[in-house]
Ligand binder design. Structure first.
Ligand code: ZN
Length: 230
């Protein structure tokens, strides 16, 4: 099954994305495994690289491109990612995933555009959905978390939307989030780890709850550095 899916994946890839996949596999000396998963996903660990594709949804070149770029960044470019120190505790796992995804995705946008896709439109829609959910939620944590994240990545991905989010922040009484989000945005452009450290602290979490994970797929190893020391 795994082998069939890999064949299906490669057959459906555009020429430029097939080159990207070859570049990753040649550089790491490892094949990317292709599996079924509930939604498009990917994983790069010391144990190997994987792309998950959903059943029955058709083949999305953009989603394939997105996951390949994730893998390229982690496996080839040594980009670290945020994980929870207590990774087995679902609450912390989810928080780390959420913070990390929202920091990583704006950093990938330019490369997705270079392959001819429009991640800005995709994320704008995603953010619209999250913003409307945010308006209905009363949890202080959700408001705090989402405002920081929405603001900082909106500002990276689509500056024109920042004004709308600032108005949203004002309606929820969290308008001080705006200035802080701008600070995070500045750091984000320079150093992902520093941006994540600052974001985590601004959200009121203890940096000791998080680590940066570096993977070396070619050598089958990985290492973590505490976010505080990273
Ligand atoms: Zn992603």
């Amino acid at each position: 099954m795994t082998i069939e899916l890999r064949g299906y994946f490669i057959t459906n890839l555009s020429t430029s994305l097939r080159s990207l996949m070859e570049e990753i596999e040649d550089s790491t000396g490892q094949n990317i495994h292709v599996l079924r998963s509930p939604e498009w996903s990917s994983q790069s660990r010391g144990t190997g690289m994987m792309i998950g594709i959903p059943e029955g949804a058709g083949f999305s070149q953009h989603s394939a491109c997105h996951e390949l770029i994730h893998i390229k960044r982690y496996a080839l470019q040594n980009v670290p990612r945020l994980i929870a120190t207590r990774d087995k505790v679902k609450h912390w796992y989810d928080i780390a995933q959420r913070i990390h995804g929202d920091t990583e995705h704006p950093l990938m946008a330019a490369e997705e555009e270079a392959y001819g896709f429009d991640p800005k439109a995709f994320w704008a829609e995603d953010l619209e959905n999250r913003a409307s959910r945010l308006r209905q939620r009363k949890s202080a944590f959700d408001i705090r978390a989402d405002l920081f994240l929405l603001l900082q990545y909106f500002e990276c991905v689509r500056p024109a939307f920042a004004d709308r989010l600032i108005r949203l922040a004002e309606t929820t009484g969290n308008s001080d989030a705006i200035g802080k989000a701008k600070e995070v945005r500045e750091h984000l452009a320079i150093n992902k780890t520093a941006a994540l450290r600052k974001l985590v602290q601004r959200m009121g979490f203890d940096a000791a709850e998080f680590e940066m994970l570096y993977v070396d797929v070619a050598n089958g190893t990985e290492k973590t550095i505490g976010l505080r020391q990273a």
